[in-house]
Design a protein around this ligand. Structure first.
Ligand code: ATP
Length: 475
């Protein structure tokens, strides 16, 4: 009986182990003992990540006439981050154990303490002194050494600092971007001056963001560097109803997760931020959450940020970032709705959701369009040159159309097992029937195609293989 998720409690460990074993995700800098909160994407992980990015770009940039793409810098002028509020306000409340020097986020420490007791607590928006009080009142101990000897809670900025040039001076200080969104606001004037976009329209970008995260664990859920996919959707608040737009984005985001990425709807839910949690400039923020093995957690944030960012950059740069409606001549500072997601979190979700145990078989039920390899080609026997030659020719032909794997090691069962674990939807075997050397002459020129999810096999004429696979993968 297929078990869609494995057992909940050890699903994460299974995914971490599978990721390393099969080349999805490795611990970062492992030969040097590792670097906390950093990971490397191996050969199949790199493919899966790229496929998710491509689906996002295809859906939200190419698939819409009201969207354009952007690729801005990781290192922006430091004033960008002062104006956006990141230098003063982009911080987490941190606490350090005086005994073992473990540093942890105070909100996570408190939340985990209550979660262990099956209780929930809201610490969003609480000040350092309030967090100190909760930790003291509940005598919350260090999760690593068990001591109750904490430093006071203090704010810890998440922006990574570096220097431009060879001398580290105050004037040369810059930041690695903490989000891709600010690059969109900074480029806003150039985009409206250089393209034919008309309100309402959106700008999307994909790229690395960096955050000095101190919380460890939960695999690639929260890392020092991650791939962000952010959209700023600009509109005129006088003529566009923001509530309708907001609801539309909710539908589009959810449709992407369930449609393009093939994730189960029952593992998703929306959570609206309360007044304490929401940024002061936001009129509404909702998170699309996924049911990770460690609970429902934010996957994709959706925020109505009003005209806050453009106004801040107007004030700070002195440049007019307003927009003039060509039809009415009305000049205004556009408002934005921002859907912001991390590709790495999507990848973790996709793997968790696809993980399936069926008897002694384990496979990733990935949607074929995002699977690292669309098919794998095997000669039935590696020591029969005629089979290998024919299989190589088929492999070479298919590779001009799809990413395809080759395997001639071990027996067929082991090859299926390996491809199942990386989610390859189709395995193609070239056997004696293909060569016209089996008892059944009708098998000549056909190959066996085995379906990952059902294990069913059918013979397909070699000449029709490309079209057959195309139809199944991109249906
Ligand atoms: P969190 O509350 O989880 O720290 P956030 O609210 O700070 O996240 P945003 O600033 O809204 O996150 O970022 C948008 C998206 O970017 C998040 O929904 C998440 O998918 C992703 N993201 C944010 N921080 C990280 C990180 N450190 N590692 C991986 N993905 C991240």
């Amino acid at each position: 009986m297929a078990n869609a998720k494995g057992t909940e409690d050890n699903l994460m460990e299974k995914i971490v182990a599978l990721s390393k074993r099969r080349g999805f995700v490795y611990p970062g800098s492992e030969i040097y003992g590792g670097l906390a909160n950093s990971y490397e994407y191996g050969p199949v992980g790199a493919e899966l990540k790229r496929n998710i990015q491509n689906e996002w770009w295809k859906t939200f940039i190419h698939g819409r006439s009201d969207m354009v793409g952007l690729d801005s810098s990781i290192i922006l002028h430091p004033k960008v981050w002062e104006a956006s509020g990141h230098v003063s306000g982009f911080s987490d409340a941190m606490i350090e154990c005086k005994k073992c020097h473990t540093r942890t986020r105070a909100d996570h420490l408190i939340e985990n303490h209550f979660a262990d007791r099956q209780e929930s607590v809201s610490v969003e928006g609480k000040q350092e002194a309030e967090l100190d009080a909760i930790i003291a009142e509940n005598a919350i101990k260090c999760p690593v050494c068990g001591s109750f000897d904490w430093t006071p809670v203090r704010k810890f900025n998440l922006l990574f600092e570096t220097h431009v040039g060879i001398v580290p001076e105050a004037q040369s200080k810059v930041y690695l971007r903490g989000e891709t969104a600010q690059g969109i606001f900074v480029a806003f004037k150039n985009i409206i001056d250089s393209t034919r976009v008309r309100m309402p329209f959106g700008v999307g970008q994909l790229g690395k963001s960096f955050r000095n995260e101190i919380t460890k664990g939960n695999f690639i859920f929260r890392t020092l560097e991650f791939e962000q996919a952010e959209i700023e959707y600009f509109f005129d608040p006088e003529t566009t109803d923001w509530k309708g737009l907001f609801e539309g984005w909710k539908r589009d985001m959810e449709a992407f997760i369930t449609g393009a990425l093939g994730v189960r709807k029952e593992n998703l839910r929306w959570r609206e931020h309360g007044d304490e949690e929401r940024s002061f400039y936001s009129k509404r923020t909702e998170d699309l959450e996924y049911r990770f093995p460690f609970g429902f957690k934010e996957l994709w944030g959706l925020a109505y940020r009003t005209d806050y960012d453009l106004n801040q950059h107007m004030k700070s740069s002195g440049v007019d970032l307003s927009y003039t409606d060509p039809a009415t001549g009305r000049k205004f500072v556009p408002h934005v709705i921002e859907p912001a997601v991390g590709i790495n979190r999507l990848l973790a979700m996709v793997m968790l959701d696809a993980y399936t145990e069926d008897g002694d078989r384990t496979y990733l039920r990935l949607k074929p369009a995002i699977a690292p390899y669309k098919a794998a080609v095997f000669p039935l026997l590696a020591n029969k040159p005629a089979l290998v030659e024919r299989a190589r020719a088929i492999y070479g032909g298919l590779r001009t159309r799809f990413p395809v794997a080759w395997d001639d090691r071990g027996n067929i069962g082991k090859r299926y097992y390996a491809q199942d674990e990386i989610g390859t939807p189709f395995c193609i075997t070239i056997d004696f029937g293909t060569l016209g050397e089996s008892a059944d002459p009708s098998e000549k020129g056909t190959v066996t195609v085995r379906d990952r999810d059902t294990g069913a096999q059918e013979r397909i004429p070699e000449a029709e293989l490309g079209e057959y696979l195309h139809g199944k993968i991109y249906r």
